[in-house]
Design a protein around this ligand. Structure first.
Ligand SMILES: O=C(O)CCC(=O)C(=O)O
Length: 268
C-alpha cells in the first residue's frame, strides 16, 4: 500500500498521508453511524448536522463530551479493521504481533466549530506512550478523514521529525517527553506562554534544525473523506481548534507492537 517514497517520508517525518484509501460508501456508513450518536444531543437529524441553533464553543470545548458519544461504533471499527489498514500497519511494523489490550478500540475525533480565529495551541502537546530503551518504533496511529477537512478546520497537528528525538536508550514517561522536548528551541517556541499571535508564529531555520539536523515542522491533518494518515507513535501531537463552519470528523486507532506492551509493563 505504501510506495517507496511514502515509506521514506514516514521514516524521516514520522507522518505520511495516503489518499483515497476508503470508498465513499465505506466512509458514508461510518459518518452516518457517528451522526446517529449526536441525534440524542439534538446536534444532528437524519444523518445531517443540525447546528444552526447552537452557538460555536470556545476552544478547547469540542461542543460535547466524548462520553456522550462513546467509541464503540461497528461501522468505524470496520474501517480500522479493513485490509488496506492491515497492509499498511504490517508494512511499517514489520508484521509484528500487535497488542490489543492497551488501546482496545478506535476513537472518534469530532470537533464542532469553535468561536474566533484559529491559533496554534501551546498546550495539549503530548505523546501517548513512553520513550522506550529498545528505541524500536513502538507502534503507529492511523487517522482516517471522514469529512472534508480544510486547513484550520480542526485537524490534528503533528510535529514531524519529533519521533527521532529523545531515543537515548532510556525509559522516558510520556509526560516527561513533553517536558524534555523544550530543550530544543522549536518546542520552546511551540509551547511558550503567552503564545505569539498566529501571524507571528514562525520557526526559524535554526529552530527546525536544532537537533542533529533533524528537520522539524508542524503537519496539520487535512484532506478529503477516505484519506488516511499514518503517524509514528513517538511523534508529538495535539488537538487543534476548528475555525471552520463544519464539524471536523475523523476516526483514529493506535496499533501497538506486542513487544512494546511488554517493554512498557517492565521498564528496564
Ligand atoms: O485531534 C485530536 O482531537 C487529538 C488527537 C490526539 O491527541 C490523539 O489521538 O492522541
Amino acid at each position: 500500500m505504501l510506495t517507496p517514497q511514502q515509506q521514506a517520508e514516514f521514516e524521516t517525518s514520522g507522518v505520511v498521508k495516503v489518499r483515497s484509501v476508503f470508498s465513499k460508501p465505506e466512509i458514508s456508513r461510518a459518518r452516518t453511524a457517528i451522526l446517529a450518536r449526536f441525534e440524542a444531543l439534538n446536534l444532528s437529524r437524519n444523518g445531517q448536522w443540525q447546528l444552526d441553533q447552537r452557538p460555536p464553543t470556545n476552544w478547547p470545548d469540542k461542543g460535547y463530551s466524548a462520553k456522550q458519544i462513546g467509541n464503540k461504533i461497528a461501522e468505524v471499527e470496520c474501517l480500522l479493521n479493513a485490509p488496506p489498514v492491515k497492509q499498511i500497519t504490517d508494512n511499517v511494523l514489520a508484521h509484528s504481533k500487535l497488542d490489543t489490550q492497551i488501546f482496545k478500540r478506535p476513537q472518534i475525533l469530532v470537533t464542532l466549530p469553535n468561536r474566533g480565529a484559529w491559533h496554534m495551541p501551546h498546550d495539549g502537546w503530548h505523546v501517548d506512550i513512553p520513550r522506550l530503551p529498545s528505541g524500536q518504533r513502538p507502534g503507529v496511529q492511523i487517522f482516517i478523514i471522514l469529512s472534508e477537512i480544510q486547513p484550520q478546520g480542526g485537524g490534528t497537528l503533528i510535529v514531524s521529525g519529533s519521533h527521532r528525538l529523545l531515543n537515548n536508550g532510556e525509559f522516558i514517561r510520556s509526560r516527561d517527553v513533553t517536558k524534555r522536548l523544550p530543550q530544543y528551541s522549536f518546542f520552546r517556541k511551540l509551547m511558550a506562554t503567552p503564545h505569539p499571535a498566529p501571524d507571528q508564529y514562525q520557526h526559524t531555520e535554526s529552530d527546525t534544525k536544532s537537533q542533529a539536523d533533524i528537520p522539524l515542522d508542524i503537519v496539520e491533518l487535512t484532506g478529503a473523506p477516505g484519506d488516511l494518515y499514518l503517524m509514528d507513535m513517538r511523534a508529538l501531537h495535539s488537538a487543534a481548534p476548528n475555525a471552520s463552519h463544519r464539524p471536523r470528523m475523523m476516526a483514529t486507532h493506535r496499533f501497538l507492537r506486542a513487544e512494546t506492551a511488554v517493554e512498557i509493563a517492565r521498564p528496564s
